[in-house]
Design a protein around this ligand. Sequence first.
Ligand code: IVH
Length: 659
Amino acid sequence: MTKAEARQRVGKLREIINDYRYRYHVLNESTMSEAAADSLKHELSQLEEQYPELITPDSPTQRVAGEPLDAFEKAQHSTRMLSLNDVFSMEEVEAWLERITKLDSRVAEAELFIDIKFDGLACALRYENGQLVQALTRGDGTTGEVVTLNARTIESIPISIPASETVEVRGEIVMHTDDFENLNKQRREAGEPEFKNPRNLAAGTMRQLDPKLVAARPLTFYGYELISDDTLANDEQYKRMRQLGFRTSPAAQKLAKNDIEAFLEMWEKKRAELPFNTDGAVIKLNDRSLMNDLGVVGKAPRGAAAFKYPAEEATTVVKDIVISLGRTGAATPVAVFDPVHVAGTTVQHASLHNADEIDRKDIRIGDTVVIHKAGDIIPQVVRVLPELRPDDSKRFYYETALKRQYPDLEFERPEGEAVYRVKGGSSQMLKRGLQHYASKGALDIDGMGQKNVEALVDAGLVGDFADIYTLTTDQIEGLERFAEVSARKLVDAIAAKKNPPLNRFIYGLGIRHVGEQTAIDLANTYKKLDNLGTASYQDLKDVDGIGEIVAESILAWFTEDDNQTLLSKFRQLGVWPQDVKSIGGPLVGKSFVITGSLESMSRDEAAEKIRALGGTFQTSVAKGTTYLVMGTKAGQSKADKARKLGTEVIDEREFQGLL
Ligand code: IVH
């Protein structure tokens, strides 16, 4: 991105983030998920890192959270209400523990205390002589809003406790998910708009000026910290809070470092069983005095961390829209993204299902979109952020794209369906594909000509490329075209090609626009099929000789679920191409044209040898061709052209020498 482009983008990002913040914090409305907003903030801070001169004091990256509402009275917190530093993986948890062990060696042996992280609204409850005297929201951590009257309507907050000393309990106000759903059901029935999520509703409710309204909304308080004169360990604090009549989370426990991972994994799976929403876990040193000794950096204590489960939403830019062909010949549009991390994996593309869906969501190439992905579930484009649409965004025209990407295929749109399919459907596609897969330049399997392939497919013995490796002589012998010997021969010929060279395998997959030479270039660049399968659009375009259409086509192939299924089937059957080991070879950078016929080998064999050594095989002499090999009965025209272009002309013996 140029600086001018960055400046424009930064401006738009700030506008949309500021709008989000204002609505979220002040109006208690939500324009997008927090995860999506975080994603935009992340992009903004990256751009500001790249162009620090674009940073302005009013940028959302330069401020701290919390704008207290005007309507409530404010009060000081007894001690600052801290927040926590986030960690996003076990590696980061370990790095954090290592860091603080270096600061204080007692951490090495220390016990930890862990709890689910509530996704609600923090609140500090102050009791004097056993009576609730004040409830304060977090505010900016130093000053909060006085919400005592509202807090008194929440049944899980005791109005009096059996303690004469001054006690402060801090914790989180949440709305249980079933309470939330009941409320929304009532609203639906009353024809009223539904609430977005329990956290916003809890926060919005606590900021209502009329306590009667609060009383009508079921909220629950869970304690997680006890501020008192004696420094109790965290597990003892929890015990004491329960004695005083507070709820604490059912997940909280003391544990050793080695058990953190198991806890996080278990609750990530089981979190739906909790009565409230959680977005992670809070890990603290159990020993509170050790925690205090470690001190505070910025707004967060060193002795605690918040582990965040991977966000299920993020934003990214649509780089392109390609059409992928499924096994059934269905032509599905797929969005190609700048790679983005969502719910623990990198997402590079998402199906857009059909042209109507693209129109409905108004998705254009260049748009910034919100992507949703939960765990193993397939990523989806939720919506476009039109505020971030660049002036040069491009509309996608399905039919035009279809013709451009698949000029040699005929399509039809079956009645009542939203996508086009290849004419002749799946069996036609499979037959053509299999013949190509087995052809000389690809896997080179004897006995898989047109007639035999048709017989195998029509008999229902083969439903995809991988099925040929499961064929038995008995099955084949049953077909009219085969006898025992030819059946055995075919099975053996197929089995002999279980681990072909990578370039032949890539070529054999039949990816549109990937010819033999492109397959070689790809094999030499990526070395392993998996690397090719995970290459991004930009990576592919950076390969010499690969342009937009080829890159689109490769992506489209790997984005197709049917093809992913095929690849895993191949893998299970032990059918997999060899990795490219030799880096380059003696003929790297040298190109060859052969004219006439060679005595010692066929042209195909010669081409293969050249490629195996890293060279390029060409069919005609062009500027830059290194050698023209003159075979027998070679015409003179190529030789003349070669001399003119400065290509060295050699005979078969010299060629042998080079090999
Ligand atoms: S303990 C020094 N335990 O998440 C602060 N906090 O992102 C110790 N939170 O500031 C806080 N669930 O408001 C703790 N089980 C839990 C929590 C929890 C939610 C909040 C808390 C904290 C924020 C950090």
